[in-house]
Design a protein around this ligand. Structure first.
Ligand code: HEC
Ligand code: HEC
Length: 233
């Protein structure tokens, strides 16, 4: 039979053991939730892309050299030539400032009540694909065609219409307005996108943009490679 004192000591021992076990568990648990030490963040964007990255601030506010000013001037001039293509009805008709595409040389509102729809592919029964086939349909006033004929989606309207050269250049440099992440991707788009290329093979009776596709791509490249300078107006 145990004395009262023995029982008391055993009780203390038991609570001590419990306490130690508790501390042990808490410390293990803490090790598990403790955040990993952060590796120093390294820039994941390659150097070349960085130069074209959006919204980048010039790192050295030193006065510009004559050569730099000349490059900027050439960059702006190249944009002004490319601008004549962006604003040509073949391009602008799909990049209107409203939700109705435009038609023809005078860029009038698309007839038949056609509208953008959330995905740019038309609304309800008036889907672009219903009338715009994979190829141009022969004959005057017939719909031009391309496999993915559509306008930009409602959440990213990519408006060209009514934009001044300055506004349009700023638009392309602001990633929240465009579908591309950097200006390199813009080059790829104007170089390869079938909808862009189709503008040099328009439906019967429609004009082509004022310069060739090759010249246009060269001007967009020059604008970007010489620093994507923003026109004054
Ligand atoms: C009901 C048939 C129909 C639907 C639907 C339709 N289109 Fe058209 N679209 C036409 C026809 C026809 C023309 C040619 C009109 C002409 O030349 O007089 C045309 C011309 C155009 C043009 C002018 C091309 C140019 O360079 O001048 C654009 C741009 C255009 N459509 C975009 C769209 C878009 C985008 C959609 C979907 C949101 C769409 N269309 C839906 C029938 C349609
Ligand atoms: C049939 C309609 C249509 C025509 C014509 C058209 N575009 Fe577009 N454009 C689009 C659509 C749709 C998008 C969105 C593409 C995307 O998000 O991948 C777009 C996007 C663009 C963009 C932004 C690229 C991006 O990914 O954000 C540029 C630049 C552009 N177009 C230039 C042109 C030029 C230049 C022309 C004329 C030579 C032209 N487009 C003619 C429908 C058209």
């Amino acid at each position: 039979m145990k004395s009262g004192r023995q029982v008391h000591v055993q009780g203390i021992k038991r609570s001590l053991l419990l306490l130690i076990a508790l501390i042990f568990f808490i410390s293990v648990a803490y090790q598990q939730i403790k955040p990993e030490p952060q590796a120093p963040s390294s820039p994941s964007v390659p150097q070349k892309e960085m130069a074209y990255a959006f919204d980048s601030k010039p790192s050295n506010p030193k006065p510009k050299t004559k050569a730099e000013l000349q490059r900027e001037k050439e960059s702006r001039e190249a944009f002004m030539v490319a601008y004549t293509v962006f604003m040509h009805p073949r391009c602008m008709n799909c990049h209107p400032n409203g939700d109705t595409p435009l038609q023809g040389e005078d860029s009038h509102l698309h007839t038949q009540g056609v509208t953008r729809g959330p995905d740019g592919k038309g609304l309800y029964a008036l889907k672009c694909k219903n009338c715009h086939q994979d190829n141009n349909i022969a004959g005057l006033n017939m719909p031009p065609g391309q496999p993915n004929w559509q306008m930009p989606p409602a959440h990213l309207k990519m408006i060209f219409q009514d934009k001044s050269p300055r506004q349009l250049a700023l638009h392309f440099k602001e990633s929240k307005f465009t579908g591309f992440k950097n200006l390199e991707q813009m080059i790829e788009h104007v170089e390869k996108e079938p909808l862009v290329l189709s503008c040099w093979h328009p439906a019967q009776g429609l004009t082509t943009p004022p310069i060739s596709h090759d010249e246009f791509v060269a001007k967009v490249k020059e604008w970007i490679e010489k620093g994507a300078a923003i026109p004054v107006n």
